[in-house]
Design a protein around this ligand. Structure first.
Ligand code: PLP
Length: 536
């Protein structure tokens, strides 16, 4: 549980006010240790300084020490500033200024600020008797908080809160900047984000758009793909990949996957090329780029463009180059759970081809090249300015986020090593696991590639039982994806059936993704590893 700290509690701690100091200090430490967040209300800054100074003045006088006004001010600011490093600043919003009709405007501000949090997730820590009496459901004393037991803490599959904490000042500044300039559609943040993303990927052009799904649609529209055409792709992916091909009236032609990387197997692509083939669309699944050099070589031989669906792999590298900058067009998604996720839908396209970039820019805005002039058919596929402002705030720390994801994955790999039953695909050596359990494989990263672990996905031949056991212990798991696209009812007209893509079908029956986010703790990982190891 999070705590919003009332001024009296903060002053008790900063000025070591007796007899309150110890309980307040212990309550704050307990919240911290249990993974709760401490909040300080920005609107209370002046009161905080004023009351702390008075308390320090009193304490110094009692001790017979005489401090000058300057010394007192310096000491106060130092103590409050140090304490605030433990906490997060909670912004004061405009409706928290309209509190003068209430009996105690400052208390009213705090109560209103807490309404932003989901119910039960935050309490106001105070020793104000009136507040404790009048709002027992929202307010708690240090003593009562210390007496509360935490209960069994659940493991999060993905934790966006901690990331938000780390970037909150930038995030809120960016959002407020948009609210004030008011250019919600194609505002200046869009161009700024496109420039930053193009530089990051190392391509000439970036075109942001409304989602990863729309980015695939726009890419194929720019290539002129339509009814009667075929696009080669993988059956083991999220629906959007095949769906956008079908939406354009084209036929998805599926090619089986490499069982180690779960990405399309380049060796099998050539046999699927026909006179109707218009593009190859590999997916860089789970966060690892597909084998783009091999795919590009086949495409070049047949004069075909390649669209990399890098919705899950933004930030990953292939032979030192960034995913989304490896083929004719790269496409990604800023869906919230993606490695570079926004707070809503969003996507982006990348290319070095100026003509394609122009086409994609036009298609994104109803096919228009200038206001109310439409040389081609397009869609309403723009990214919102607010969303761009959010992604910009996240971009600064993206490198650290990827490194942290890789560290979490390395910890899983290391701890699962004694459980893995299959021979290592890297060495082909027989593995005699110390704990012959249910794991057949942990994620494999092919040479000269880096993985950003949009998902940390293991292979198991007893998925349902394992998932149920994990659930019992409050550990979430997910399946990406339980059915290959070739077996989805929506693609029934493509004529594929069971057994057509054995590797994709085996993967669909066996994969299971475990909790993965940059701030997954070692404790939680140990809990997950133990739960899987002892699940039989
Ligand atoms: C491989 C793949 N392609 C496309 C998409 C679609 O992205 P969006 O959800 O942003 O439309 C996703 C999203 O999950 C995806 O995983």
């Amino acid at each position: 549980m999070d705590l919003l700290l009332d001024v009296n509690v903060v002053v008790d701690i900063c000025a070591k006010r007796e007899p309150f100091f110890e309980l307040a200090d212990l309550a704050v430490s307990k919240c911290h240790l249990e993974g709760g967040r401490l909040w300080l209300y920005t609107g209370s800054v002046q009161t905080l300084e004023y009351v702390t100074r008075s308390a320090l003045k009193f304490a110094n006088e009692q001790a017979g020490r005489k401090l000058s006004a300057r010394q007192l001010q310096w000491q106060t600011r130092q103590l409050v500033a140090d304490f605030s490093k433990l906490a997060h600043w909670l912004s004061a919003l405009p409706d928290e200024g309209e509190v003068f009709a209430s009996a105690d405007p400052e208390d009213e501000q705090l109560l209103r600020a807490m309404e932003r949090f989901p119910s039960g997730e935050i309490k106001l820590l105070t020793r104000d008797a009136r507040m404790l009496d009048e709002h027992p459901d929202k307010v708690i004393s240090p003593r009562a908080f210390l007496g509360q037991s935490q209960g069994n803490k659940k493991v999060d599959f993905i934790d966006l809160k901690a990331q938000q904490d780390a970037i909150r000042p930038q995030l809120e500044r960016n959002i407020h900047r948009v609210l004030h300039h008011g250019r919600y559609i194609m505002g200046p943040e869009i161009q700024e984000l496109e420039q930053c993303l193009a530089d990051y990927v190392g391509v000439e052009h970036c075109i942001t758009c409304s989602s990863g799904t729309d980015s695939l649609l726009i890419a194929m529209m720019a290539l002129g793909i339509g009814p009667g055409d075929e696009v080669i792709t993988t059956p083991f992916t999220f629906i959007a990949t095949g769906e956008m091909i079908a939406l354009l009236g084209a036929r998805p032609v599926f090619v089986d996957i490499d069982p180690r990387t779960y990405n399309i197997d380049p060796i099998k692509i050539e046999a699927a090329i026909s006179p109707r083939t218009r593009a190859i669309m590999p997916v860089s699944l789970y966060g690892q780029p597909a084998d783009l050099d091999a795919i590009n070589a086949i495409a070049e031989k047949h004069g075909l463009p390649v669209i990399e669906d890098g919705a899950q792999s933004f930030g990953a590298t292939y032979k030192g180059r960034k995913s989304c900058g490896l083929s004719t067009i790269g496409s990604t998604s800023f869906f919230p759970s993606k490695p570079l996720g926004g707070y809503g839908d969003g996507g982006a396209l990348f290319t070095d081809d100026a003509a394609l970039a122009t086409a994609m820019r036009e298609i994104r805005i109803h096919g228009q090249d200038r206001r109310y002039h439409h040389p081609r058919i397009g869609i309403n596929g723009r990214m919102d300015t607010l969303q761009a402002a959010i992604v910009l705030a996240k971009l600064d720390r993206f490198g650290d986020e990827i490194a942290a994801r890789q560290q979490v994955a390395a910890r899983y790999n290391e701890r699962f090593a004694p459980d893995v039953r299959e021979p290592s695909p890297m060495t082909n050596e027989e593995n005699t696991p110390a704990h012959p359990g249910r794991i057949l494989a942990t994620p494999y990263t092919a040479p000269e590639r880096t993985h950003v672990y949009a998902q940390y996905t293991i292979d198991t031949d007893d998925r349902e039982a394992l998932q149920a056991k994990l659930k019992e212990q409050g550990i979430p798991a997910a399946v990406h994806y339980p059915v290959g696209l070739h077996r989805q009812p929506a693609f029934r007209q493509t004529g594929y059936g069971a057994g057509d893509f054995p590797n994709a079908e085996a993967a669909a029956a066996r994969v299971m993704s475990l909790p993965m986010h940059p701030r997954l703790t070692l404790d939680d990982q140990v809990k997950i590893v133990q739960a899987i190891r002892h699940s039989q």
